[in-house]
Each structure stands twice: as C-alpha cells, then as structure tokens.
Design a protein. Structure first.
Length: 277
C-alpha cells in the first residue's frame, strides 16, 4: 500500500514538473514560424542536392582527364624505364672503360720504368730522366719513379733537383700516411730522409744532413746504416757527445757490427784531441 502511494506521488510530481516546463516554453513555441522551418529545410535540401551534383561532376571530369592522360603517363613511365636501363648500361660500360684504361696505364708505367732502368744501366741518364718524368705524368703518386728520379739527379750532381724531388716525395708520403687507406710504412719515409741527408752531405750542409738522419732514426732507431752515417757526421763536426751516444745505440742494436772497433777508435781520437785543446 505504501509502495503504491509513493509511486503515484512520484508520477504526480513528474506530471507537474513537465506541465511547468511546457507552460514556461509556451511563448517560445508559439513564436515559431512553421513556414520558415519549411524554407530552411528546402534550402538545406537544395544545398545538399547542389553539393552532390558538384561531387558527381567533379568525379566525372576527373575520370575523363585520367582516361585522356593514362596513355601519356604510361608512355612516360615506359620511357623512364628504357632511359634508366640505358643509363645503367652506360655506367657499366664507362666503369669497364675506366678499368681497362687504368690497366693500360699501369702496363705503360711498368714498360716506362723498365726502359728507364735499362737506360740507366747504359749510362744514358738524361733519357732515363725523361722516362721517369713521363711515369710521374701518368701517375703523380708513383713514389718509385720519384725516388729513382732523385737518384738520377744525384748521380749527375744535379743536387738541387735531387733535393727538391726528395722533399716533394716526403711531403706526398706524409700526406698519404695521414689517411687510413695508405699502405706506406714508416720505413719508406725513413729511407727518403736518409737519401736527403746524403744530398746535404754532398753540398756540405752537414747539420741539415744530421737533422734528416735523426728523422730517419726516429722512424727506424736500430738501422745500422743510418747509425753509421750519423756517427760519421758527428765525428766530422767534432760532436763528441752525439758520436758517443749514437755509437752506444749502434752497439746495443748490433753488437756484432764489424765497424764498431773502428768507430770507437775514432771517437777516442776525437776525445783526446778535445782534451788536449
């Protein structure tokens, strides 16, 4: 019974609330223009019809353009494929030509070096010089040609040319050795420093000769040829300390060296002279 009362009471209250809302909104509802609603609906419908027509027209025009351009696009695509294939073939041919050209150059260099060595044996040094220069023209980093050219100049007492050739060779090698791709060893460079020291010895620039020998020894400290030469120059310049130090280095690295006794005698003689003075 109580439950029914509660239900009916809730329904009554709900109806009263709805009635109050309707009465409050009644002036607004009364002011609505039904004809205006129809006009707005017709305008929306018209807009939708025009929009749909535009979409259909656009799709139709696009399809026509696509149909007209399809053969052209297909032709361009086919042409691009053909052109790409030709470019690939051209690149392969070019690579092959370069490889063959390099092979031809290497063969030509070998021939020129052999001819130069043959001319050197015949003491035709000027002709040999031209061969070495021709090799360098083909390969600007052919160190063998540079070194043999420097020897060629030195044997003809063209000391300035020999010096410049060796300095250029050393510069190129130092630059190349800074790169990871270099297969040069420090021994190659040490040999060039030694050759340069011999040039400076010939032209009586003994201190420069010693400087370059020290650079050789910095790269190859136990080389008996370099040690023997620097000891000789130290004795020539009366550098007792240097001669003694390098003699000890020679004895430590090559105790069986047959020249040790002679070198020690020379150092002792130099010491005695300096003591007497």
């Amino acid at each position: 019974m109580i439950t029914n009362i509660i239900v009916w009471t809730f329904l009554l209250v709900s109806l009263l609330v709805i009635l109050a809302i309707i009465l409050r909104k009644f002036p607004l509802l009364a002011s609505i223009d039904l004809e205006q609603i129809d006009s707005e609906r017709q305008a929306e419908l018209k807009q939708k019809i025009l929009s749909d027509k535009f979409k259909r027209d656009f799709a139709r025009i696009f399809n026509r353009i696509n149909a007209l351009l399809a053969p052209v696009i297909s032709g361009i695509t086919n042409f691009a494929h053909i052109l790409y294939d030709k470019l690939v073939n051209l690149q392969q041919s070019h690579t092959k030509v370069i490889a063959e050209t390099k092979q031809d150059v290497y063969q030509q260099i070998d021939i020129l070096l052999a001819e130069a060595e043959d001319l050197t044996r015949k003491d035709e040094l000027v002709k040999a010089e031209h061969k070495y220069i021709e090799v360098i023209g083909l390969d600007g980093k052919n160190f063998k040609a540079y070194e043999l050219l420097a020897d060629n100049y030195a044997s003809r007492d063209n000391n300035e040319e020999a010096e410049q050739t060796l300095l250029h060779t050393i510069k190129l090698k130092n630059q190349l050795m800074k790169t990871k791709s270099s297969n040069l060893s420090k021994l190659d460079l040490a040999r060039n420093y030694y050759s340069l020291s011999l040039i400076y010895q010939k032209i009586n620039e003994t201190h420069k000769a010693i400087d370059y020998l020290q650079q050789s020894l910095a790269l190859e400290p136990a080389n008996p040829k370099y040690l023997d030469k620097i000891i000789e120059l130290c004795i020539m310049t009366k550098d007792l300390s240097g001669a003694t130090s390098f003699c000890q280095q020679l004895e430590a690295s090559n105790p069986a060296n047959k020249k040790l006794k002679e070198i020690k005698d020379q150092i002792k003689e130099l010491s005695n002279l300096q003591t007497d003075n």
